[in-house]
Design a protein around this ligand. Structure first.
Ligand SMILES: [Zn+2]
Length: 357
């Protein structure tokens, strides 16, 4: 994510903080002094534990979470993929809120002994309307109860929050994942609108930001699932263009441009004696024309890190490979020989033609 920096690494997972997080720290410092700072750090300590628990369970199912990002509105663990089985998603989603509940249970007595009943229960009474907020608060009591808030709030079925994921997982037992996701996304949108309404009515900026975040995240994950579920029934061989053009290391950019205009192919495998030496994509062509002119040759601009994909590979896997290499095209191999290229446009065409929504 843009505007983030790495805070620490726990269990092989990078924990990032978004720079807007410091606005939150500054805001609380301004209003509550040092107490405010301690409060925010304490809250986000438990937010991080919550996200780590999702990640640990995900790892048990072979899904490696690379990073956790702390935003002013909460934490996000970036899952590279959706769990294959509904029960896996169920357990991964429940792990976060359960960890907070566990903390509430385990620490009740120690905190009770430390603070006494009245101080400990005061934040809970304020939340439930049994006591008036006086502006005074005990930091430890607040940080303790935030765990309950995290558990309850995250279990609201506002996809892609935990409760929404639980709902999708449960629905996936009754229907296909695409349909289950569609329902969860719709509910996510409805909750986002409710949160936005409440945020405006009560002048709560956080709720408003959370609403925007949920709406956008639900839309984007909904689309992702729709695409993946549609294209995973197809393989590279089903869509591989009949003809393709390759170049060699000495092919000039002038020549490549001619090829682009005449063949409409925008990405080229660079072959020497049938062997793949590199790959020139549209991005390198455009960038080089504007930076260096047209006199350079293919070996100068080609990427050497681009992998090949098998002609039998499924399209959703190909799409994932494209994403991780930041490319929209890949060379295709069959029996050790380059037989063409597959592009994101080709894959998108399958989605546009075959999606029933
Ligand atoms: Zn969670």
């Amino acid at each position: 994510m843009k505007g983030t920096f790495r805070l620490t690494k726990v269990l092989g997972i990078d924990v990032y903080v978004h720079i807007t997080f410091f606005l939150l720290l500054g805001f609380f410092f301004l209003f509550f002094g040092i107490k405010g700072l301690v409060l925010i750090v304490g809250i986000f300590f438990f937010v991080t534990i919550h996200e780590l628990c999702h990640s640990i369970v995900a790892a048990k199912f072979g899904i490696k979470v690379k990073s956790i990002t702390l935003l002013p509105i909460g934490g996000v663990a970036s899952m590279p993929e959706i769990p294959a089985k509904p029960y896996q998603e169920l357990l991964i989603s429940l792990a976060g809120p359960l960890s907070n509940i566990l903390i509430v249970v385990i620490f009740y007595y120690p905190v009770y002994l430390l603070l006494g009943e009245e101080t400990l229960l005061y934040p809970l009474k304020v939340i439930t309307g049994q006591a008036k907020y006086t502006g005074q608060f005990n930091v430890i009591a607040h940080i303790y109860w935030i765990n309950l808030v995290l558990a309850v709030f995250n279990m609201i079925p506002a996809f892609p929050m935990d409760g929404g994921r639980v709902l999708r997982a449960v629905l996936s037992y009754k229907m296909d994942r695409k349909k289950a996701t569609r329902i969860a996304v719709k509910l996510g949108h409805i909750f986002a609108l409710i949160f936005a309404y409440l945020g405006i009515v009560y002048g709560n900026l956080f709720l408003l930001l959370i609403a925007v975040f949920i709406y956008m995240a639900a839309t984007s994950e909904g689309l992702h699932v729709s695409v993946t579920e549609t294209i995973k029934n197809y393989r590279v061989k089903d869509i591989l263009p009949e003809k393709y053009v390759y170049i060699n290391c000495r092919t000039s950019l002038t020549k490549i441009l001619e090829l682009v205009f005449h063949t409409h192919q925008e990405d080229y495998p660079v072959l020497e004696d049938g062997r793949l030496k590199g790959f020139v994509t549209r991005k390198e062509i455009v960038r080089t024309i504007h930076e260096k002119g047209k006199d350079v040759t293919a070996d100068y601009i080609m990427r050497k890190d681009i992998p090949t994909v098998k002609i039998t590979e499924k399209l959703h896997v190909v799409q994932k490979i494209m994403q991780s290499y930041a490319t929209h095209a890949l060379p295709v191999k069959k029996n050790g020989e380059i037989v063409g290229i597959v592009t994101l446009d080709d894959i998108n065409r399958v989605y546009v033609m075959m999606n029933e929504d």
